[in-house]
Design a protein around this ligand. Sequence first.
Ligand SMILES: NC(=O)c1ccc[n+]([C@@H]2O[C@H](COP(=O)([O-])OP(=O)(O)OC[C@H]3O[C@@H](n4cnc5c(N)ncnc54)[C@H](OP(=O)(O)O)[C@@H]3O)[C@@H](O)[C@H]2O)c1
Length: 288
Amino acid sequence: MKNTNKRILVIGGTGMLGKPVAVQLKADGFAVRLLARDPQKARRLLGDGYEIMRGDVEDSETLRTALCGVDGVHISLKGGPTSADFERMDHLATGEIAKTAKEMKVGRVTILSAYAVSADKADTPESRSKFKGEVALKASGVPYTIFRASWFMETLPLFVQGKSISLIGNQPHPLHWVAAEDYARMVSISYQTEAALNKELYIFGPEAYNMGEAMNIYAEHAGLKVATMSTQMLALLGALTFNTEWKGMATLMKHYEKWGEDGSAEEANRLLGEPMVTLNEWCQRTRG
Ligand SMILES: NC(=O)c1ccc[n+]([C@@H]2O[C@H](COP(=O)([O-])OP(=O)(O)OC[C@H]3O[C@@H](n4cnc5c(N)ncnc54)[C@H](OP(=O)(O)O)[C@@H]3O)[C@@H](O)[C@H]2O)c1
């Protein structure tokens, strides 16, 4: 099998979007190491065949140990819901990983970022910290690939409560919903070509639907109804109930209500192969 002589560290491999990457890299023959705060959880979620190291990205000693002898590191961390948490993960931890990887001569760092991450769109704690994280990664001098992904199909079930799915805000922009399996395949291919280095690649799925349209498709498959709520109402509910998650969600949805996809997937698709999974296929598979 190809790639067997390369070891990749996945940080965030127990996460919703990090796990598919770890699984794909292993399937493609890479030796995959996971940095996990809870190794038992990682073993339970991923099964055998992974080298699991207990650690925390905020503990520089465990980070160093995990980076020892790897050819690349993939970052799939999640900050929030407070501004300080976004700053710690999306900016500071990313910068620290990149700096340490450079010092330790790791061949490349790949990271999941998002579209609408740029100086002029850094209008929320998350987008600001993600932008600063991207800047720190590039400034570190380590070879990198930044994946600026659109909305993942996997996030749709996260909006379900009881028998309805909540559309928060207007969300008018067409979005190229992408399946995590397509993204994971593209990340793995990026590790097999030098052409993906030092690039920001936009990962957009095969079809565009605004969020309401996508939720309608999902709702039809899942037997749900679509409920709507303004971002202001969610922010108010969050403030009244001291619910930081709701307040954070209102801020996030306001950001995406304002900004649509701002890049082109042409280069990513050419270098890494086009995403193929449609929303209807994904819904059928997930529900079936
Ligand atoms: N939603 C979308 O459509 C979309 C689109 C583009 C980009 N993204 C981005 O994708 C990223 C990943 O999202 P996700 O949903 O996969 O997040 P997630 O499920 O919450 O996973 C986060 C991962 O980070 C790990 N982690 C957290 N703090 C850590 C620490 N201090 N040290 C080591 N590991 C730590 C967690 O490990 P534990 O198991 O220990 O908790 C978990 O594996 C986010 O930055 C998100 O903004 C999402």
